[in-house]
Design a protein around this ligand. Structure first.
Ligand code: FES
Length: 131
């Protein structure tokens, strides 16, 4: 079943780690505009901005992590695909090093309500403005 938009309640935003991104399951999987499938999302802080991305590398349509939720570079500053080493900057999800240089992760919005709960909006992906 393909759903255009879906809300995934993440819980209190204060429970998100202050640095880095976490992997959030997307069940059922979500079909992306390029025909690939996202089974999880990446949610985390890029400075003071909360960001959400499909956990689908732009080199090959597989998750950035190896099933262990590790998606950051050792210094914690960038997203890292552990398959072939693509490095993505966290604010716009653009690949700055590696085989998909210039391509962007599919972006989803994250909303914070008045009670401080964060919700990931799966769907309506920002068009990839690849270089
Ligand atoms: S699949 Fe991510 S760099 Fe190759």
């Amino acid at each position: 079943m393909i759903v255009a938009f879906r809300r995934i309640l993440l819980g209190p935003v204060a429970f998100l780690p202050p640095r880095g991104f976490v992997v959030v399951p997307v069940i059922p999987p979500h079909r992306l505009p390029d025909g690939t499938t996202a089974r999880s999302a990446l949610v985390g802080w890029a400075g003071s901005e909360l960001r959400g991305y499909a956990n689908v590398c732009r080199h090959q349509a597989i998750p950035l992590d190896l099933g262990d939720g590790a998606v950051m570079t050792p210094d914690g500053k960038h997203l890292l695909c552990h398959h072939h080493g693509a490095v993505f900057e966290p604010l716009e999800g653009r690949c700055i090093l590696g085989p998909c240089l210039g391509m962007r992760l599919w972006t989803w919005s994250v909303q914070i309500d008045a009670l401080g709960d964060a919700t990931l909006i799966v769907g309506g992906e920002t068009a990839s403005e690849d270089v």
